[in-house]
Design a protein around this ligand. Structure first.
Ligand code: KIV
Length: 266
């Protein structure tokens, strides 16, 4: 099977087939996600919260994102790898944004980038697209704006803010984005945006009508326990299985059961 491309995303939308995405941040999990046939892997700046133990995504650096994207790309055969531009890698200028987006493709093996924002990053999207860097825009709840938004809150609940998000969606598409991530917005609004755009929408907390869905991997497999957003679903609890395995190892070492002859050399 060939690597999934942005044309495959567009084709899936046209043919009404759902697009599947997950985040991943390292080689072993990226390999599992890829082998499971997931269409796209976003190497999200959520790495700050679910891997680095930070309170927010804000401290994550561009160098850290390049490092994680590089090891994810190394594991992936088919999924589209999308690097997530971290806080202050593009807000400073369009030129900084293009340069940092380029690092994901040039140094880290990604095929596309994700940028938080709609209208305020339209120039960035235009400049990146002109440089042959495919861009996924991200509107609704944008975690890098947590201090302006006053927390991780559902967006687009009032008529005015819903109208604004619909406008932002069109602005992102017109600027050249190949897809649009919708985070934590009412499902009716996500449906309207999905119907009006010709690029695919990818929802996280945006209901079932989006063209595709994404979740943070560590929520799905039970490796992030600080909180589980209402929109996420835990499909397994790897923390529990890892904990049991590690406890059993400790007991066996303490009792002299491990290593046995089987794990020893003669
Ligand atoms: O950082 C992240 O993991 C995200 C998800 C919404 C994909 O932005």
């Amino acid at each position: 099977m060939q690597k999934i491309t942005i044309q495959d995303f567009l084709k899936k939308k046209r043919e009404k087939q759902k697009i599947t995405l997950l985040t991943a941040y390292d080689y072993p999990f990226a390999k599992i996600v890829d082998e499971a046939g997931i269409d796209g892997i976003i190497v999200g700046d959520s790495v700050g919260m679910v891997v680095q133990g930070l309170e927010t995504t804000l401290p994550v650096t561009m160098d850290e994102m390049v490092y994680h994207t590089k090891i994810v790309s190394r594991a992936v055969q088919n999924s589209m790898v999308i690097g997530d531009l971290p806080f202050m890698s593009y807000q400073t200028s369009v030129a900084d944004g293009v340069k940092n987006a380029g690092r994901f493709l040039k140094e880290a093996g990604a095929s596309a980038v994700k940028i938080e924002g709609g209208a305020e990053v339209a120039e960035h999207i235009r400049a990146m697209t002109r440089s042959d860097i495919p861009v996924m825009a991200h509107i609704g709840l944008t975690p890098q704006s947590i201090h302006r938004m006053g927390g991780y809150k559902v967006q687009g609940k009032t008529e005015a803010s819903a109208k604004r998000l619909l406008e932002e969606a069109h602005i992102a598409e017109d600027a050249g984005a190949f897809s649009l991530l919708l985070e934590a917005i009412p499902m009716g609004l996500a449906k309207k945006i999905t119907e009006e755009l010709s690029i695919p929408t990818i929802g996280i907390g945006a209901g079932p009508h989006c063209d595709g869905q994404v979740l943070v991997l560590h929520d799905v497999i039970g490796l992030f326990e600080r909180f589980l957003p209402k929109f996420a679903k835990r499909y397994t609890n790897l923390k529990e299985s890892a904990f049991e395995a590690i406890k059993e190892y400790k007991e066996e070492v303490e009792k002299g059961v491990f290593p046995s002859e089987e794990q020893s050399f003669k």
